[in-house]
Design a protein around this ligand. Structure first.
Ligand SMILES: [Zn+2]
Length: 406
């Protein structure tokens, strides 16, 4: 096959950019077609940090920050809302008015929009420290977002994962201790189905587990091995009665949790989980069954809880895109391409090495403390892909030149 080099380049670029049928005969071009990114079935949108002066008591005139990240697949949508007084006067801490991480969608009720999740290490609320990072770490086949804190006690990462077609959010709190952690606990707050007292109404709250069914008004202790999920509903504010939003639920793993207590209030319900000593990774799943009747939601949970618990255990929260390249695969492939490209590959050498360095850093800093290396590779993925394809073109052209010279 005879082509001028210019014509060959133009045709190759058309092929690479458009993923059209190869314009060169198959025998001449031993190169795979470009990888097509997966369809974006889970979309994640970060509304960005917004700061404005607040009038909250004790924080008058301070800068208060709000940030909402929304994850969506099909008809399932969850929003997570970070909020804190980030005024400089708080030093390395922030001011928390109600909570710092809420779930305002699908409903403000259920997992409370004003703050539903708290993690405390050695009795100190992780969220009382300044965030060091927030990001959307993944979208496409799955969607994920993450909050990171560096506290004096630990590096803490909190991730929320929504998978295509799922009706729940999977969560992972993981920490790398800097000092001995003698106590870790998680507190959850929900207002099942309806803000009863706010609307001067009286409901009939129940918290139901596979082991027990508890009415409002008295706290009860959890048996983690048996109370593997908690279903929070209100018998008055049930969609079946034309009242309320619908129930909510959480699932946790007995291997993470040594004890727990639920205070079933007529208004808010708090769930306090005590993490097992030595455990530094807690996984949970959250449901907001807005629009579902108590009966339908409870039946779904009873049938599917074991499956979701198994999924939680096997889930890999590391963004899938980080597995596209290993340092070894990158170095091996680019070494061959650079050798084939000869002189025309030389301008790519330093970029190839820079990107190899990022992949090595990622592999050498696994664990919660490795979050900056993960961010660097996620950010560099377009450059990795672009450099690889530019080198492939140079290698291909050089091979063609060598063939024509024969
Ligand atoms: Zn303040």
């Amino acid at each position: 096959m005879r082509l001028t080099r210019t014509a060959g380049t133009a045709m190759l670029l058309v092929w690479v950019c458009c993923a059209a049928q190869p314009v060169l005969a198959q025998g001449d071009v031993p190169v795979a077609p470009p990888r097509v990114p997966p369809a974006a079935v889970v979309a994640v949108e970060d509304g960005g940090a917004r700061q404005a002066p607040t009038q909250y008591a004790g924080h008058e005139g301070h800068q208060y920050e709000n940030r909402t990240i929304t994850l969506k697949t099909g008809d399932t949508l969850f929003s997570l809302h970070y909020r804190a007084c980030v005024d400089e006067s708080h030093g390395d801490r922030v001011g928390i008015v109600e909570g710092y991480l809420g779930m305002p969608q699908p409903s403000n009720e259920n997992w409370y929009g004003g703050g539903f999740f708290r993690l405390a290490l050695n009795g100190e609320d992780v969220g009382s420290y300044r965030l060091v990072d927030v990001c959307v770490s993944e979208q496409g086949e799955r969607g994920q977002c993450e909050w990171v804190w560096e506290t004096p006690a630990a590096t803490v990462r909190l991730r929320f994962l929504l998978e295509a077609g799922a009706n729940h959010l999977k969560a992972e709190a993981v920490w790398q201790p800097k000092v001995e952690i003698t106590k870790a606990s998680i507190s959850l707050l929900c207002y099942p189905s309806f803000f009863t007292s706010w609307h001067k109404r009286k409901g009939e709250r129940r918290v139901i587990t596979p082991r027990t069914d508890q009415p409002e008004g008295k706290p009860f202790d959890l048996v983690p091995a048996e109370d593997t999920y908690l279903f929070y509903c209100d018998r008055i504010f049930d969609v079946a009665n034309g009242e309320g939003k619908g129930p909510c639920a959480v699932l946790f793993r007995p291997e993470d949790t040594q004890a727990g207590k639920v205070s079933v209030g007529g208004y808010g319900t708090t769930t306090d989980l005590e993490v097992k000593p030595g455990v530094t990774q807690v996984r949970m799943a959250f449901w907001d069954f807005t629009g579902k009747t108590n009966t339908a939601a409870q039946a779904w949970l009873a049938e599917n809880a074991v499956k979701v618990r198994n999924e939680l255990t096997s889930a890999d929260f590391q963004p899938q895109a980080l597995r596209t390249y290993t340092a070894a695969s990158w170095s091996a492939e680019t070494a061959t391409l650079l050798a084939d490209a000869g002189e025309s590959g030389a301008p790519y050498q330093s970029e190839v090495e820079r990107l190899a360095g990022l992949l090595k850093d990622l592999e050498q800093t696994a664990g919660p403390g490795g979050w900056p290396a993960e961010r660097a590779v996620l950010k560099a993925l377009p450059q990795l892909e672009q450099t690889r394809w530019q080198l492939k073109i140079q290698a291909l052209l050089a091979r063609g030149d060598a063939m024509w010279a024969k």
